[in-house]
Design a protein around this ligand. Sequence first.
Ligand SMILES: C[S@@+](CC[C@H](N)C(=O)[O-])C[C@H]1O[C@@H](n2cnc3c(N)ncnc32)[C@H](O)[C@@H]1O
Length: 343
Amino acid sequence: MLAFKVHKMQAEAAKLHLKKTGLLVPHMNAKRVGDFVLFPVVKKAAVPLEGTFVKSVFEAVPHTPSFREALVAALGAQEGHEATASYDTVGDIAIIEVPEKLESKERIIASALLKSNPRLKTVLKKESAMQGQFRVRKFKWLAGRRNYVAEYKESGCTFRFDLRKTYFSTRLSHERTRIASLTQPKEKVLALFAGVGPFAIVIAKQQPSADVVAVELNPDAFAMMQDNVAQNKVRNVLALKGDVRAVLKKYPKWADRACMPLPHTGYDFLDDVIAAMKDGGVVHFYGFGGEAEGVFTLNLAKVKSACKRQGVACTILEKRVVRPYAPAVFQVVIDFQVRRIQS
Ligand SMILES: C[S@@+](CC[C@H](N)C(=O)[O-])C[C@H]1O[C@@H](n2cnc3c(N)ncnc32)[C@H](O)[C@@H]1O
């Protein structure tokens, strides 16, 4: 094969030029010979660098197909394009959805995914929506290592959890970082509906002088949170197993900050959380909002009426869309500050 040979000092400039002018042969590795680098090229042409054209042999770069390419190769063009080529990952576990029409091909689809992404070790399929009070989903193993325990890293923290036994969403990582960066030294923080501890641990790690109380009802999630607290060596998280309403009775006017990631029914706990806030405390309240009525309208109304019931003044500090949830429905967060009205 034809090659362009340059001194190693000019290799970077040569590569850029050959790429820009379309002379470089794609999917082939350049190679080093002594002080020179040889690039595979399609033809001889004027190159504004000191170099020569020679003959050489090159190795092809192994081509990893995209998921869509792998689907088409495995299922043929029509079904390969009907299959959903997007997927979620948690550590090295991929989670896919399979259209009903292609259910009989789900194993083939899962194997195609493993071929397209060698970093992935397991493919699971969502078998249900998030269900029940513990917000747990059913999964079906499809390909790779038969494993349901994810190891996931975020913000310098590691989380290990069994996907079949607890809720976890990587899509809330931005919220965790946002709240951790708002947390001030020595704050008292309530990480409620804590799951396996992602909010609590990210906050505690970033603000080691803060005092974080994390509350979770699901015994499996609670046990995983305890392990994650130990694994991440955060000494400022107190993990409590129990119902938020019962636990908060022991924390009247205690918190500078509270985090309420229970978007379906979190409003049922607003009164209890407000009662646990110090004067000036800030609550991060998550809810769902429909586009039709305005994504924040209902949630703002719930916050304001709970504050009124509790006899506190309420300042809305921020309201933002966290992520799309369903067609025309969004997960939102409202940050509000509680001011205790002096009587
Ligand atoms: C949407 S998940 C959020 C979990 C976690 N904060 C996260 O971001 O991964 C809500 C969690 O609240 C827990 N939960 C539901 N009702 C509860 C209650 N009354 N008291 C304590 N925890 C509760 C569920 O078991 C679930 O783990």
